[in-house]
Design a protein around this ligand. Structure first.
Ligand SMILES: [Zn+2]
Length: 246
């Protein structure tokens, strides 16, 4: 298990894949193919994705045309289809999974493992995958990174990523992010009680006489402050909060 971790880390360095602490996997792309690599109890899972590849036939035929991958030392039995999690678990025509158990890793060896992205990319190109990735947001600039939106891989350029970051900070985006309710829930209760207390105090006849209608604004101001704080508190990490639209 330790060896496979080292192998994957070295491969990530070589192909400039980034580690995602939230998703516990390496993400990036090579020659236009997105690679999403994770380790599960010593087994290596390589999810390969291309928006333009057409793998319907290969899924049916058991990836028999993946000759480069096979020649690189991967038995075709290690290749399988990938499911679209967002679309009723249908089979994706744009992706495949290479699963390497420890027995396959031993036969493959370190050197050939490091060459795998190249071999897989060649087979993807033979089935329609483009050599380069275009930003999915602006559909214009070359992608520089792969981010995750839900379970989708989104190639994005630097300027679009920057724009998305700005939108997230200003609270305009819906966030696919878990809220830390252990911290947030007590704070919501405390803030609500504090607001009620303040509201009750300011509605005393003596105070109302002085402040008059200004006291009616208190719940609105309080609500706005509360909304700002909440947006700010959940909006910090932005890596995987990119909205996806086709
Ligand atoms: Zn862009």
């Amino acid at each position: 298990m330790a060896a496979s971790k080292q192998w994957v880390e070295e491969l990530a360095r070589q192909y400039q894949l980034r580690w995602s602490p939230q998703r516990k996997r390496f993400l990036g792309f090579h020659r236009g193919i997105i690679f999403d690599i994770r380790l599960v109890e010593g087994d290596i899972y390589i999810l390969c994705v291309s928006p333009t590849v057409q793998l319907e036939e290969q899924v049916v035929e058991g990836f028999t045309n993946f000759t480069n991958t096979e020649a690189a030392g991967v038995p075709l039995g290690c290749l399988s289809y990938a499911q679209n999690i967002d679309q009723k678990n249908s089979i994706s025509p744009h992706a495949c999974v290479v699963r390497l158990l420890s027995i396959h890793q031993e036969k493959l060896g370190y050197e050939r493992f490091q060459q795998l992205p190249d071999a897989i990319a060649k087979d993807f190109h033979h089935h329609g995958a483009a050599e380069s990735l275009v930003c999915q947001k602006c559909q214009d600039q070359p992608a520089e990174k792969v981010l995750m939106a839900g379970d989708m891989h989104v190639p994005i350029c630097a300027s679009c990523e920057h724009a998305v970051q700005q939108q997230v900070v200003s609270g305009k985006l819906h966030l696919h992010q878990e809220v830390n309710w252990k911290l947030t829930l007590p704070l919501i209760i405390i803030l609500t009680l504090a607001g009620a207390y303040l509201w009750g105090t300011l509605r005393q006849p003596a105070v109302v006489k002085i402040l008059r209608y200004a006291t009616l604004l208190i719940p609105i101001v309080w609500g706005a402050l509360f909304a700002c704080w909440f947006t700010w508190s959940v909006a910090e990490p932005i890596e995987y909060c990119v909205p996806y639209s086709t």
